[in-house]
Design a binder for this molecule. Structure first.
Ligand code: SF4
Ligand code: SF4
Length: 725
């Protein structure tokens, strides 16, 4: 007989069941034993409460905990609807997982936005302390008289800690209320629902009623001096001097406090508060086998028996992608960094997460359960399809810049979901922008999205004094490096200059390299990012065949999209190479002295524009800065959005081959930001960024600002230095 397997939906039951039984047993035991602390400096747990109230607590609390577990298990049952997603638990991955988990529990990731992070920490940590303080009291209650510890100085310290935590908790709540309802930063203003008010009001009630219950208890006890350590409760108890029916008031306050806590237990699984458990779990599971920049592999589409590809129904997502949506804190940080959203496109990454969550909740096996955020009543879901709530326009507006994933404090993988939905739209419905169809045809017929004659791929080298060796894949490479030029570097007039500059620099450094020329096909990045996996596989398998046939090991490329695809995605097809971006290689050449600058200088103010596929997708931020920073006299300035918060140029995710029909152009917005730094030159390290930023700068009428790739700035400085000698 098959052994019953533990499923995620069982876990909340097991945890909640253990707590509920523990709570019930502690009530029964303390009623039987009646072990009271005889110390004058201590406090009885229920003080002057009638036994009926004690009975109420020890029956409603276990039942509410069980209900909380049940409601969580409904959510976990939904995650089980997803496809497999390997999140290995190996000796190598567990330390990384624990690190991410700790970052979640310690709120390190929230501090990426310091003010919001501090506010959240003021609620979260004191809440945990207050929870622990309550449990310490209950544990002490179970102890035989000889083992009771909550008296004397321990008691004084205990109440002091509790009161300090209570004050900090209330500060955090008030701060949250002010931020959400008075300051109203854009991302909160965009999504404030009644649910947010209910949660904050419940917390406020827990905090205030806690202090009032404490103060009334002290007042009932005639304000003993040792209670002065309750730095809030004691002074507050003075307010009740002369009041009659103090015990009644104490009881009423206690009931409010306890009721608010029960409400919190139900709010947790049914509102965004569920992230208190799901976020740390999601963070623990966030480490994955594939590199950051790699898309999820699909089987060989020519051979697979699968009939549907990409994500449409909830069951098409992986279990991890479904857990993700329940871990969302609805903070909107992803929204605030999205270049598509910022320029008026119909895309909001937070909404993508919430809408998937809405469809998941509405199509649960046992009937609809509470959605991620209280949805408007008119937003209905009648079928198990995320496109009930998400439009194709939203999905196609994404530039795949990964800014949303990078900023998300709980490591939700938003981009993966969008790209999986694109796969569905492209492969299953042929529902893609018409302009993209031209790029697809060009990739199919000419092996490059520019639609240029493949035979002219190496024509850029005509400008070089010596021939560049061209290999054709018919034999071993015979050179140390393969210089992968990429489609833009081969066919786009601006980018041909980047290729020339890079080749000249490689020559100067004495590097032994060759190019593939017409044997180099598009890596397939634009096809894959736009969901056309079929076309990607067609191009990529041919390239892998060529590269493996030549025994290629080391590849240099100036295109971050080629860099990402060759290095991170070709291993999925059996192509394993050491791929370096030209910025990294130039840095190496400069550091090793192979490339001598001989005092070359550039007396210019330069701002570097981060490429998303070099930066966020591959964590290469410093190499391009070091390359241009190695020039004498240069004044490097940073744009307000730089590094991992850099703003996209608008061309990633195959957006290069799509029109921007709505809102402001992304490249215009980014160029204005770069120009505002007062830079006289802009440096790029990606062919698409070069085209987009140069166009944006010209659109802004700033022909006086020179946009160039880092290799061009470097070569320019070198050649000018030499000509002036
Ligand atoms: S990847 Fe970039 S463009 Fe796409 S949703 Fe995320 S932030 Fe927006
Ligand atoms: S996806 Fe992440 S960043 Fe976006 S709202 Fe949810 S928790 Fe915040």
């Amino acid at each position: 007989m098959a052994r019953p397997r533990l499923k995620p939906s069982h876990v909340p039951w097991i945890l909640a069941g253990s707590f509920a039984v523990g709570a019930a047993i502690s009530g029964i035991l303390s009623t039987i034993t009646q072990w009271h602390d005889e110390s004058p400096v201590s406090r009885p747990v229920f003080y002057d409460m009638p036994s009926a109230l004690k009975l109420l607590l020890y029956t409603t609390l276990p039942l509410t905990i069980a209900a909380c577990g049940y409601l969580y298990s409904l959510r976990a049952a939904n995650w089980q609807r997803g496809q497999p997603d390997r999140r290995s638990q190996s000796a190598k991955s567990i330390p990384r997982r624990l690190k991410a988990f700790r970052q979640g529990v310690y709120m390190r990731t929230l501090l990426r936005d310091s003010a919001a992070g501090l506010m959240h920490s003021l609620i979260y940590f004191p809440f945990l302390i207050l929870f622990a303080v309550t449990n310490v009291l209950l544990i002490d209650e179970q102890m035989p008289r000889s083992l009771k510890f909550l008296h004397g100085d321990t008691y004084r310290g205990y109440v002091l800690v509790g009161d300090i935590a209570g004050v900090l908790f209330l500060i955090g709540i008030v701060w949250a209320l002010v931020r959400r309802y008075i300051q109203r930063p854009y991302r909160l203003k965009l999504k404030t629902r009644p649910e947010d008010g209910v949660i904050l009001f419940t917390f406020l009630l827990i905090g205030l009623s806690g202090f009032f219950t404490e103060a009334l208890r002290i007042a009932v006890a005639d304000r003993p001096a040792f209670e002065k350590w309750s730095i809030v409760g004691y002074p507050l108890s003075g307010v009740f001097d002369g009041w009659t029916h103090l015990s009644g008031w104490h009881m009423a306050s206690w009931i409010v406090h306890f009721g608010a806590f029960l409400a919190f237990l139900i709010l947790m699984p049914t509102t965004k508060l569920r992230h208190m458990f799901t976020s740390p779990v999601n963070m623990y599971l966030s480490d994955r086998d594939r590199p950051k920049g790699a898309m999820k592999p699909l089987p060989n589409l020519m051979e697979t028996s699968l009939e549907t590809f990409g994500a449409n129904a909830v069951e098409d997502f992986t279990w991890k992608q479904l857990l993700d949506v329940d871990a969302c804190t609805v903070c909107g940080r992803c929204t605030s960094v999205c270049p598509a959203h910022a320029t008026g496109k119909p895309l909001d990454p937070r909404e993508i997460v919430l809408k998937v969550g809405h469809v998941m909740a509405a199509t649960s096996a046992g009937g609809p359960i509470s959605p991620v955020v209280g949805q408007d009543a008119d937003l209905t879901v009648s079928a198990d399809s995320v496109f009930e709530r998400i439009s194709a326009e939203e999905i196609w507006a994404c530039t795949s810049c990964k800014a949303c994933d990078e900023i998300c404090p709980v490591n939700i993988e938003i981009l993966d979901k969008i790209l999986d939905m694109r796969r569905y739209l492209s492969l299953m419905e042929s529902n893609f922008p018409t302009e993209l169809g031209n790029a697809y045809r060009s990739m199919e017929n000419q092996s490059n999205p520019w639609g240029m004659n493949q035979g002219e791929r190496a024509d850029w080298a005509n400008g070089l004094p010596d021939d560049v060796p061209i290999v054709d894949g018919s034999g071993p490479l015979g050179h140390e490096y393969l210089y992968w030029v990429g489609c833009a570097g081969s066919f786009d007039d601006k980018n041909k200059k980047v290729t020339l500059a890079t080749a000249k620099l490689l020559r100067r450094a004495g590097i032994d390299f060759a190019i593939l020329g017409p044997s180099e096909l598009c890596t397939g990045d634009p096809a894959r990012r736009s969901g056309n996996e079929y076309l990607f596989q067609m191009l990529a398998t041919q390239n892998v065949e060529t590269l493996n046939g030549m025994g290629v090991q080391k590849i240099i490329t100036q295109c971050p999209h080629c860099f990402n695809t060759l290095g991170n995605e070709y291993p999925q097809l059996g192509g394993n190479y050491e791929v370096v971006h030209h910025s990294q290689f130039l840095e190496y050449l400069l550091d090793s002295g192979k490339l001598q600058l001989d005092g070359a200088s550039l007396e210019e103010r330069v701002v570097y524009h981060d490429s998303c596929y070099l930066g966020r997708h591959n964590d290469v931020y410093m190499a391009p800065r070091k390359v241009i920073g190695s020039l004498k006299g240069i004044d490097i300035v940073e744009a307000p959005r730089s590094g991992n918060k850099g703003m996209c140029c608008g061309a990633g995710g195959a957006r290069m081959w799509m029109e921007e029909h709505t809102g402001k152009k992304v490249n215009t917005e980014r160029s204005q930001e770069l120009l505002a730094t007062g830079a006289t030159r802009i440096a790029t390290a990606c062919p698409f960024c070069y085209i987009m930023i140069d166009d944006g700068v010209k659109e802004n009428g700033r022909d006086d600002v020179l946009v160039q790739d880092i290799s061009m700035h470097l070569l320019d400085a070198l050649e000018r230095g030499e000509s002036s000698v």
